[in-house]
Structure formats: structure tokens, C-alpha cells
Design a binder for this molecule. Structure first.
Ligand code: FAD
Ligand code: UDP
Length: 369
């Protein structure tokens, strides 16, 4: 019996491998990196002992019971609520934009109804169906809050004007007229006690799964019954039609003693600050943060992803969408390959959506057998 291959040992590859393995399929999971868990990889920092999110901060949040149950099968999730602050022109504000932010920013003491009416009076209520990021911002928070919190950050993060980006990017963030500063609306939120890599290790720990690291798909010569490919879609086709646009991140490490930020994430929307945010990773594990004498934080710089860089965020501008359609057309001829995950489908997928889709893909494959 030929084996199945999962290219990539992130959540996509691992979850699909596990589902198939439990139904008796033999699966080879490969990753060209030296570790499992893809971009969700966590490891203890040798100098401080702090659990580091190697490819940027990852907070698990979902409204999907099936996914919440699934992840907790493989490790303990600790209570964690993401609360983000922003430094704007020398002042610190609460995010996402909530009643506290509005009162801080305008120097007011408004209640919920008053603040709603106030923001609406400054918002572009004439924009009926916002299409771009900019229209969405102007429609819901108005010019002043847009300029302070979103315009600069978004230009730094995406490298294009917010008028060229889809409204969907901003729709990820809540706008609240109360003092709730939880960054997410989902009912379930948490942080894995032993890190994401431990969860993925648990998922991959099955007698029918072989994991091979430092191994690229391109270097394999084995034949497979089917391939689940979670690498970059354009790379699979050797970039024949051109490169899909991605943003990559550079992380600048900052070390210190004690507590540097007093919180996990501080955003910097001002355009004269070159980085977008700083994250201090001990605060992602509040249950153990006090144990560590020293601390480590990372400044995040976003830039265009070149050849040889790690692709992080799919940009999905109009040109990318056209190219994506052309590549998707090519995938239809690849009947023994299923393209999955953030890179394989060129979509901005959170972990919970990635896991949910991987479960669906595995189920559909097993049904076809
Ligand atoms: P990946 O994790 O990217 O895994 C793909 C793997 O495939 C990689 O390890 C790669 O090395 C390997 N690979 C690729 N090509 C090949 C090849 N040809 N041969 C061999 N191996 C190959 N989600 C949340 O829910 N909450 C968050 O707070 C959050 N924060 C994020 C912050 C950042 C900065 C980024 C970039 C993403 C964030 N995400 C977050 C999204 C999360 O990272 C993804 O949902 C998740 O990583 C997707 O898993 P995946 O398996 O599809 O892809
Ligand atoms: N954003 C912003 N200002 C902020 C935080 C976010 O303008 O202080 C915009 C930015 O365009 C970002 C998007 O909102 O890409 C989504 O924010 P989120 O925090 O979800 O980004 P992620 O954690 O996925 O990088």
C-alpha cells in the first residue's frame, strides 16, 4: 500500500496526517525546517527560560466547539485573554478601539450611547458598503481614529495604501462602545501550557505517522497514494506563472531584566516608528511569567517577501487574485494533490480555521476511499 504524504508539519499537515493515521492510513509528514509546528512553533529561550513564539505571537481563539475540543485532546490550554495596547504620539491607549480608547483619545468621559453617537457623527456614514480597508475605517471610526490607530500601522504592515486593501482585514478587529478590551470576540481563547509545538508533537504521535524533518518536497522521489501540500502554492508550480505577493517579518530581539513592557503586546501605529509592534513573550504565559528573572521581547518589522524569505502574510491584492485564479486552475489537473493551509490556499487563516479545514479535508479524502 502506498503511503500518503503531508508536506509541512504545521497544523494543516499534522491534523490531516492524524485523521488519516487513525483510520489506518500510513502517512509520511515532511518539513524542510528542523522543527515541527510550522509558523506556530514555540521553544524555550535558552537564556531566560521563556517560551518563545518563534515566528511571532500566536493566541488561540475560536468559536468552533469541534476545534476547541480537538486542540484540548493534545494538551492543556491555559486561560489567556489577549489585551493589546497602542502607543500613539507619546500616549498609551487601549485596543481594540473601545470606550476607554475613545475617551482617552478625545479627552472625554462619555458613556456608551453618547460615545456611539459621537463616533457616528465623525464617521463617514455615507459609505454604505465599504469595500476597502480605508472605507471600512472611515465608515466605522471616522478620520481621527483612523489616522491615529490604523492608517500608519496598516501602511507599515502591508506596504500599500489602505485604500488598496480589502475591508476584510479590518473586519478582524472589534469596535466596542464599552470597556471590554478583549482583542477577540470568540467565546474560547487560551494558550497551550507547554507551547504549540508540544500540541503538534502530540498530534503527530501515532504509530502510522513518520515525521521527517530537514526534508523538502522537491527532494523526494518516493511515490505516494496522495499528497496534502501545505507549502506555498506558487512554489509547487516552480513559480511558472509568477510569484504571489507576501509580506515577511523581521524580528529584532530585545533583552532585559524583569518586566519590559508590563504587557504582552504593544502596537506602534505611528509611521515614524519603523516597527509595527513589540511582543514580550513571558506575558503570553502569565501563569509562569514571575518565575523568570530576565525577559526577551521582539520588535516586528514588516517588508515585501523576496526570494529566500519566509512568506508570512498573503497580500491578496487584485493582481495577486488574478494570479491565484490561474494557479488554482492549474491545481485542478493535480488530482493526486490537495492544496491546504495558509500557504497552499494563499489565505490569511487563523489557527482554528486551519485546524477546522484540515479536519474537513481529511474527512472528504477518507470518504472518497
Ligand atoms: P504553516 O504553519 O506555515 O506550515 C507550513 C509548513 O510547511 C512550514 O513549516 C514549512 O516549512 C513547510 N513547507 C513549506 N513548503 C515546503 C516544501 N516544499 N517542502 C517541505 N516543507 C515545506 N493564528 C491564530 O489563530 N492566532 C494568532 O495569534 C496568529 N498569529 C499569527 C502571527 C503571525 C505573525 C502569522 C504569520 C500568523 C499568525 N497566525 C495566527 C496564523 C497561523 O500562523 C496559521 O494559521 C498557521 O500557521 C497555519 O498552519 P499551516 O500548517 O497551514 O502553515
Ligand atoms: N491594525 C491596525 N492597527 C493596529 C492593529 C491592527 O491598523 O493597531 C490593522 C492592520 O492592518 C492589521 C489588521 O488590522 O494587519 C489586523 O490586525 P491583527 O491584530 O489581527 O493582525 P495580526 O495579528 O494578524 O498581524
Amino acid at each position: 500500500m502506498l503511503r500518503v504524504c503531508a508536506v509541512g508539519a504545521g497544523f494543516s499537515g499534522a491534523v490531516i496526517a492524524r485523521e488519516l493515521a487513525e483510520k489506518g492510513q500510513k502517512v509520511l509528514v515532511i518539513d524542510e525546517r528542523a522543527h515541527i509546528a510550522g509558523n506556530c512553533h514555540t521553544e524555550r529561550d535558552a537564556a531566560t527560560g521563556v517560551m518563545i513564539h518563534r515566528y511571532g505571537p500566536h493566541i488561540f481563539h475560536t468559536a468552533d466547539d469541534r476545534v476547541w475540543d480537538y486542540i484540548r485532546r493534545f494538551g492543556e490550554m491555559m486561560p489567556y485573554v489577549n489585551r493589546v495596547k497602542a502607543t500613539v504620539k507619546g500616549k498609551v491607549y487601549s485596543l481594540p478601539v473601545n470606550l476607554h480608547t475613545i475617551n482617552q483619545f478625545f479627552g472625554t468621559t462619555m458613556g456608551p450611547a453618547e460615545a456611539r453617537a459621537f463616533v457616528e457623527s465623525r464617521a463617514r456614514m455615507d459609505i454604505e458598503d465599504p469595500q476597502s480597508f480605508e472605507e471600512q475605517a472611515l465608515r466605522f471610526v471616522g478620520e481621527e481614529l483612523y489616522h491615529a490607530f490604523f492608517r500608519g500601522y496598516t501602511r507599515k504592515q502591508w506596504g500599500v495604501e489602505p485604500s488598496q486593501l480589502p475591508a476584510s482585514i479590518l473586519k478582524r478587529l472589534p469596535l466596542r462602545f464599552n470597556y471590554d478590551d478583549n482583542y477577540f470576540n470568540h467565546p474560547y481563547q487560551g494558550m497551550p501550557k507547554d507551547g504549540y509545538s508540544a500540541i503538534v508533537k502530540g498530534i503527530l504521535d501515532h504509530e502510522n505517522i513518520e515525521v521527517r524533518l530537514n526534508c523538502s518536497y522537491e527532494s523526494l522521489s518516493e511515490e505516494f497514494a496522495h499528497v496534502f501540500y501545505s507549502g506555498p502554492l506558487d512554489r509547487y508550480f516552480r513559480y511558472d506563472l509568477g510569484r504571489l505577493g507576501y509580506r515577511t517579518l523581521d524580528f529584532e530581539e530585545v533583552r532585559g531584566t524583569g518586566d519590559m513592557l508590563g504587557t504582552a503586546v504593544m502596537n506602534y501605529p505611528d509611521e515614524d516608528v519603523p516597527f509595527t509592534r513589540i511582543s514580550e513573550h513571558k506575558h503570553f504565559a502569565p501563569w509562569e511569567a514571575d518565575k523568570f528573572e530576565n525577559t526577551v521581547a521582539f520588535r516586528e518589522y514588516s517588508r515585501a517577501c523576496g526570494e529566500g524569505d519566509t512568506p508570512y502574510y498573503p497580500i491578496r491584492l487584485l493582481d495577486d487574485k488574478k494570479l491565484l485564479d490561474q494557479y488554482e486552475e492549474r491545481t485542478r489537473a493535480e488530482t493526486s494533490v490537495t492544496f491546504v493551509g495558509r500557504l497552499g490556499t494563499y489565505q490569511y487563516l487563523d489557527m482554528d480555521v486551519t485546524i477546522g479545514r484540515a479536519l474537513d479535508v481529511a474527512e472528504a479524502y477518507l470518504e472518497r476511499l
